[in-house]
Design a protein. Structure first.
Length: 307
């Protein structure tokens, strides 16, 4: 694979970049924008997973709004989040991306993170003998099955781009060649530094919500290595919110993870009876970072990336 990549690099490199979630796309966007401007790359953006689901806000539209050309939409998500449904979605991803890769002579596939869809895509790429470049390897997510998925993707990848030197060392500890592991920083930090954010008044208009008084941003996802805890934990969260009746709450829905729909159902039911709470399928990066800027507090799990 190294000889193939080195030879092809003399010409235009045909690369496939896969995104399945709102958070993932936000982190990939600076890389996508940079590659689209580089004449050495033939960039093919493939959207899948939550991006194509009405239940999760059809977030592929944000990609189109950004002017990023979408090469392919591959629908794999089932309308359920049981363990069997997640496995079936992974199976659909493996089949669909296997077919897509067989029809396209890619030099490399760029993947980010740790989700089950990404693991299935990585398997398809390995079977197709396409080298994988992996971003955000070496990290730890305690209590989540994503942890195992991330390390599995690392072992299938050829190039590694970690966000810190500590994560670089962990990838090397997993047995990867140090010459192919690079600590490059976090694109999430770049987004925060470079994004042109809304003013507080403009954000109020964007969200159709009074943000003149204190408010909190809430994002809560299931702990995927625990069984039957999502409902209890979500109710504890809502009980805590009850203690602040004078605050407004901006809540973004949980991802398409196991038991995520239980959390979303409870959040939606709560919002119906509480005028100070508003639920969003997805805020998008600009609105999410703007909301964080003016928030009194942030509540939940993985709130930095899960916009």
């Amino acid at each position: 694979m190294l000889e193939r990549l080195t030879y092809k690099r003399k010409y235009m490199v045909k690369i496939c970049i896969v995104t399945a979630t709102r958070a993932e796309y936000g982190l990939l966007r600076p890389v996508i924008n940079g590659m689209l401007k580089d004449p050495d790359y033939d960039v093919n953006i493939v959207v899948t997973g939550m991006h194509l689901s009405p239940e999760f806000g059809l977030t592929y539209r944000e990609i189109e709004t950004d002017g990023v050309p979408i090469s392919k939409k591959i629908d794999i998500l089932l309308s359920a989040d049981t363990p069997a449904a997640v496995s079936k979605s992974m199976g659909l991803a493996l089949i669909s991306f296997g077919e897509y890769f067989s029809e396209n002579n890619f030099d490399m596939v760029l993947l980010l993170g740790d989700r089950y869809e990404t693991l299935a895509v990585a398997c398809a790429a390995v079977n197709a003998r396409i080298p994988i470049a992996h971003m955000h390897g070496g990290e730890i997510t305690e209590g989540a099955v994503d942890d195992a998925f991330r390390h599995a993707i690392t072992k299938m990848s050829y190039l590694h781009f970690t966000s810190t030197e500590a994560y670089r060392r962990r990838v090397i500890q997993l047995g990867e060649d140090p010459e192919r592991v690079f600590a490059v920083g976090s694109t999430g930090v770049e987004n925060i530094e470079n994004a042109e954010l809304f003013s507080r008044d403009n954000l109020s208009d964007e969200l159709d919500m009074d943000l003149s008084k204190d408010y909190a941003v809430v994002t809560f996802h299931p702990v995927t290595l625990e069984n039957y805890t999502a409902e209890e934990q979500a109710n504890e969260l809502l009980g805590a919110i009850d203690e602040f009746p004078k605050m407004n709450f901006i809540i973004t829905k949980a991802n398409a993870d196991q038991n995520g729909r239980i959390i979303n159902s409870l959040l939606e039911g709560y919002a119906v009876n509480h005028s100070n709470v508003k639920i969003f399928d997805s805020l998008g990066m600009k609105r999410y970072l703007s909301a964080l800027k003016y928030a009194r507090m942030v509540i939940g799990l993985s709130t930095f990336q899960r916009c």
